[in-house]
Write a protein that binds this ligand. Structure first.
Ligand code: URC
Length: 314
C-alpha cells in the first residue's frame, strides 16, 4: 500500500504545500585581524521546497538533500565565504541550494542576528595595541534589587541578569580530572562566553550611616565586572568568576559580598575537514544546552555570606 492511498473515490487525498530543512543553526564566525577580533553571531534556518511529492507519498528519499547537509552547508559557507552580512550570507545559501539541486526549486533562508559590542577597558583609551577580543551582547541587561527592612536594619542586595559576554581568545581549559567517562579534549584557545547573573550585598545597614550612591555604584560594579571578564586570561570559568567578584570587592567599599551564577555557553569548533576546509578557530557551533553552570560567592574577608545559594530565590 502506498502512503497516498485514500479510502473513498470522491475525496482524493493530496499533498499540499510542503517544505523542509534544518532550523536554528547557531553559527559564530570569528575573524582574527591580529589582536583585533570581529564576530558575527547568527541563527540560520533553512527551508527547501521542490519535487518532494515522492518522499511524502512513498518514502523515497531520492530527491531529498538531508537536513543535516543543509546544516553542514551553513557552517562550511561561514568558513568559505565568511559572513559579511546576514543578507549576503542568506543569498549565497539560497542560491546554492536552488542551483546545485535539480529537485529543489525554492529555498527560504531566515536569519536572526545577535549584535555584539566591544568591551572597552580602561587600557583601550591609552594604548593602541590592547587585545580586542572581548564583547558584550547588545541589548540591556535586567537590573535587580531587593530591599529588606525590619524597622531597625536594612539589607540591600542588588544585581543583574542576562548580561551576555564573550572572549574569542585568552581562554583555556586543560589539566582537569580524567576518569573513564571523560572525553572532553583539552582546550588551549577556546571561546569563553557566559550570561552573567550576579547579586551583590551592600554593607549599608543603618539609617545613620552614609547611604551609597546607588546609581554610581551600579555603573561602577558593572564596569569592574566587565573589565575583569575582558582582562582575565582564563584557565577556567571558575577563575574568571572569582576575578570578577574580587574586582568588585577590591574596588567598591560599599559591597561585602558578591554571588555569580554563570552558565558556560559552549562554542564548539565545527569539523570542516570532511568538506576539505580548515577551521582555524573561525567557525563555531553555539550550543544552547546543556551548559556548564558555575556558581560561587566572593566575600570581603571577615564578612558573612547572606545571599542565597540559589539566585532564583532572591
Ligand atoms: O571553565 C570551565 N570549567 C569547568 O569546570 C568545565 N568543565 C567542562 O567540561 N568545561 C569547563 N570549563
Amino acid at each position: 500500500m502506498t502512503a497516498h492511498a485514500h479510502s473513498g473515490p470522491s475525496r482524493p487525498v493530496l499533498l499540499g504545500q510542503n517544505q523542509y530543512g534544518k532550523a536554528e543553526n547557531r553559527v559564530v564566525r570569528v575573524v582574527r585581524d591580529g589582536a583585533t577580533h570581529h564576530i558575527k553571531d547568527l541563527n540560520v534556518s533553512v527551508s527547501l521546497s521542490g519535487d518532494m511529492e515522492e518522499v511524502h507519498y512513498s518514502g523515497s528519499n531520492a530527491n531529498v538533500l538531508p537536513t543535516d547537509t543543509t546544516k553542514n552547508t551553513v557552517y562550511a559557507f561561514a568558513k568559505e565565504y565568511g559572513i559579511e552580512s546576514a543578507e549576503q550570507f542568506g543569498i549565497h545559501l539560497a542560491r546554492h541550494f536552488v542551483t546545485s539541486q535539480e529537485p529543489i526549486h525554492r529555498a527560504r533562508i531566515r536569519i536572526e542576528e545577535y549584535g555584539w559590542e566591544r568591551i572597552e577597558t580602561a587600557g583601550d583609551s591609552t594604548g593602541g595595541d590592547q587585545p580586542r577580543h572581548s564583547f558584550v551582547r547588545k541589548g540591556q541587561e535586567t537590573r535587580l534589587t531587593q530591599i529588606t527592612f525590619d524597622g531597625d536594619r536594612w539589607e540591600v542586595v542588588s544585581g543583574l541578569k542576562d548580561l551576555v559576554v564573550m572572549n574569542t581568545t585568552d581562554s583555556e581549559f586543560w589539566g582537569y580530572v580524567k576518569d573513564k567517562y571523560t572525553t572532553l579534549p583539552e582546550a588551549y584557545d577556546r571561546i569563553l562566553a557566559t550570561q552573567v547573573s550576579g547579586r551583590w550585598r551592600f554593607n549599608w545597614t543603618a539609617d545613620e550611616q552614609d547611604m551609597p550612591d546607588w546609581e554610581t555604584s551600579y555603573g561602577q560594579v558593572k564596569r569592574h565586572m566587565l573589565e575583569a571578564f575582558a582582562e582575565t586570561y582564563s584557565l577556567s570559568l571558575q577563575q574568571t568568576l572569582y576575578q570578577m567578584g574580587a574586582r568588585i570587592i577590591d574596588n567598591r567599599g560599599e559591597i561585602d559580598e558578591v554571588r555569580f551564577s554563570l552558565p558556560n555557553k559552549h562554542h564548539f569548533l565545527v569539523d570542516l575537514e570532511p568538506f576539505g576546509l580548515k577551521n582555524d578557530n573561525e567557525v563555531y557551533f553555539a550550543a544552547d544546552r546543556p551548559y556548564g553552570l558555575i556558581e560561587a560567592t566572593i566575600l570581603r574577608d571577615g564578612c558573612e555570606a547572606h545571599i542565597p545559594v540559589d539566585l532564583t530565590n532572591l
